[in-house]
Every structure is written in C-alpha cells, then in structure tokens.
Design a binder for this molecule. Structure first.
Ligand SMILES: [Zn+2]
Length: 436
C-alpha cells in the first residue's frame, strides 16, 4: 500500500529557482560558492511545512500525476525568481533611538572611534536601551523584524549589547525570546555584553569582564536566553586576550562563540575565532592571511558586512576573491544597527556584496542563504531548498537572481513562504486626499 502524500502548496513555472542546495552539508566555499543550484522553469512542492520535492516543473507535474496528488494551493510564478528565505546571520535589531546625527558627523570626517570616544556610538544607544521599558523595546524590535520579513528574511540572528548592565541585557534577550515565539521569522539570540565597556566601568574593565563571566553569562545560559556569545575584538574595545576569556566562559556554559573580528584594525580576531572554535567571525576587513587560513582549517564561517563599510563611507571592502581562493566559507549579513548600518534589507546586502565586493550574484545568494544559515547553526533545517528542510522561501519579481542583485532600492519580494505558510507582500498606491 502506497503512502498517501499530502501537498498543501505547489509553486510552479518558476523562471529561476535558486535552491542553494549543498548536499555535503557543509557551508559553500571555493568553486561551490559560485553555484546557486539553479533550476530553470522550476517547481517546489511543500508538505506539512517542509519541502517535499523540487525539480523542473515538467518533472514535478509528472510526479503529481503519477501519485494522484492534488495540491491545495498553486501559484504560477512565470517571470519570477525563488530563493531560500534570506538568513541574516548578524544583526543588532533590538535597539531604541536612532543616530542620524552621528552619520552626518561621519560625513563631515569624524571617525568611528572618535565618535565613540565623544560619548556617541554604542554608548548613545545604550542610554536609550537602558531607559526604555520591555514593552516598548519589544514593539520597536518586532516592527523591524516584520519589515525584514517583508523583504524576504525568514531567519535572523539578533544580538544584545546595547544594555551592557545585567538588567538591560536580560531585557533585550527576553525581547528576542518573545519575538522567537511570536514572529513568523526564526530568531536566534546572541549575548553580546562584550560590545563595549559600559561608562560606569570606564576605569574598571576587569570588573566588567568579571560581571559578564560570573553573573550574566551563567544567568543567560541557565535561562536559555541565547545560543551564542559574541565579543567585539578591536583596539579600544576588547583585546583578543579579553575576548578569549569571555568566550571561554560562555563555552563552559554552552554558549557558542562568535567574534566581531578585525573590523577596523588587525588585532587577532580571526585567529581567536579559529582558536576558540567560533561558529563565525564577522567583519574581517583587516584580518591577517594567517588568521583567515586558520579559520578555513577550523571551519569558521566568515561573515561579510559590506553595508557597514558602505555606511561608514569606507573606500575598501572585504576581498571576496582572496577569501574564496583561500577556501574560506563566506556568508553575508546586514549588521542592521543604528550606528553603522541602518538597514534591515538582505536584498540591499546582496546588491552591496555584488557592487562593492565584486561577488558574483550566484555567490551572493549562497552567502545570504545557506552559508548564512551555517553561520548561525540552522543549516540542517533551513537555508536551502532541499527535500526535508523547512519550506522557507522568498519569491521575488524578476526572471533570475541576477535581477535581484542588479535592480536595487525597491523591495522585489512578492511572497514569503515560512514553514509552508504563504504570505503576500503588498504595497499599493492609494490616493487619500486632494484639494477640492
Ligand atoms: Zn555587529
């Protein structure tokens, strides 16, 4: 007796279906990074929230006929592109306030570290986050996450790190936990008490590190408030040695290390990420060759954040070709944050990776999906369009992912599929007033 196959959703005639499949289960590196697993005139079958089958539409039609399956809902996607739902593996989405004035200062020539030392930067946002109540921080963060979802992001990482004292860090992580339960977007949280030294510990950084190690990290782990522990290793922030101590403490409590590494200066962040067994090292503009090689050896995913460099008015970007030649697996993220990249849109990140880092569009799509899923440890279930994985998809206007990279500044997403549920993204022009 054959098993009755149920199918609730059938996407067919997709002009370009970028599966981003990685059958070997490893993040894509080297030549594999250039292959988005594209199927022309493709189709996807969804059953019970998961992907049942993918292939060319003709083959899927035959499968449906042979098995007498009648999908409950069909969508004809001629002229459209389908990719895995975007995974944004590096965000600071849980914040309050905005810093457009610092952005204007930067345009006038003030540096990031200068602004930080003048009481701006992270410490500016810290005041907002400490003073806001849980409900308001939740509603502001939820609105951002919803907007990202409308732009095709179906999974994201969110870091704490704007509270820096016990109460405000825990408040932020509880916002993430509530969002994980309520938002259609998959949310994974990262504790990042080591984002900056809070002002009250300006002359006692050792005490602040002890507070994280002895009080906050054990609490975060005990209450399962975060999966990862991240440190900002940078001159003027935390040294590699301090970062190692904080990440080792997190590891002892089951938190997986991540590193903000070598963003502005070369200070051993990439090496630390490899040594400590981090899942990813992010930024890396100034990382040493040795550091990058160590990352490849240990399987640390490099997360590129071109939007941050763009917003910081940088003239240089992470060298994609060098990383690719070294065989380092590269992912892409927005780094959404109020200071150095006020952008939640992964389509923009793809455009920036292509235009500023010279990443071929196929590689940019892999970086924004399957490799990003590896950077936050969810690649076994999400990040590519493969039978058995959750049905998380972005349906974009335009005949291929090349179009996604090429046309920018508007939202191409028409539908989002999340765990098999279909969402329509609508924007309509409506005249609401006219002088009589
Ligand atoms: Zn960051």
């Amino acid at each position: 007796m054959s098993k009755i196959v149920k199918c609730e959703l059938y996407l067919k005639n997709i002009s370009s279906l970028a599966t981003c499949a990685n059958p070997d289960g490893r993040p894509k590196a080297g030549a594999a990074l250039l292959d988005a697993g594209e199927i022309k005139n493709g189709a996807v079958l969804v059953s019970e929230g998961k992907i049942l089958k993918t292939g060319a539409t003709a083959a899927i039609e035959k499968y449906l006929a042979d098995n007498k399956i009648a999908p409950e809902k069909e969508l004809d996607l001629s002229g459209m592109t389908v990719t895995p739902g975007f995974v944004d593996p590096h965000t600071h989405m849980a914040f309050a306030g905005s810093r457009e004035n610092e952005f204007a200062m930067r345009v006038e020539g003030r540096s990031y570290l200068e602004i930080l030392n003048a009481g701006g930067g992270i410490l500016n946002t810290l005041r907002y986050v400490r003073n806001i109540d849980f409900k308001e921080l939740y509603s502001q963060t939820a609105a951002r996450v919803e907007r990202a979802f409308m732009h095709g992001t179906t999974s994201m990482e969110i870091k704490s790190g704007y509270g820096l004292d016990f109460d405000a860090e825990i408040k932020t992580l509880k916002v993430c936990r509530k969002l994980a339960g309520k938002s259609p977007c998959t949310i994974v949280a990262t504790y990042m008490g080591a984002h900056a030294i809070p002002p009250e510990y300006k002359d006692g950084r050792g005490e602040y590190i002890d507070l994280m190690i002895n009080k906050v990290i054990p609490y975060v782990a005990r209450h399962a408030l975060a999966k990862f522990n991240d440190v900002f290793v940078e001159s003027g922030v935390f040294t590699a040695q301090e970062g190692e101590k904080i990440l080792a403490a997190g590891k002892k409590h089951g938190l997986i290390p991540k590193v903000h590494a070598d963003e502005i200066t070369c200070c051993g962040g990439a090496e630390l990420a490899a040594r400590i067994g981090a899942i990813s090292a992010d930024h890396l503009l100034m990382a040493s060759d040795r550091g990058l090689e160590m990352m490849r050896e240990k399987g640390v995913v490099a997360v590129a954040l071109p939007g941050t460099l763009y917003s910081l008015l940088s003239k240089t970007y992470l060298d994609f070709e060098k990383l690719m030649k070294k065989g380092v697996a590269i992912a892409l993220a927005t780094d959404a944050n109020p200071g150095s990249n006020m952008c939640i849109n992964m389509q923009t990140a793809i455009n920036q990776a292509v235009c500023l880092m010279k990443v071929p569009p196929a590689a940019a799509v892999n970086m924004a999906t399957i490799n990003a899923a590896h950077a936050i440890g969810i690649a076994a279930e999400r990040g590519s369009i493969e039978a058995g994985k959750f049905a998380d998809l972005a349906v974009l206007e335009g005949p291929s992912y090349n179009y996604t990279a090429y046309s920018y500044g508007v939202n191409h997403v028409k539908f989002v599929v999340k765990n098999g549920a279909l969402y329509e993204v609508k924007s309509q022009l409506r005249k609401i007033w006219r002088k009589k």
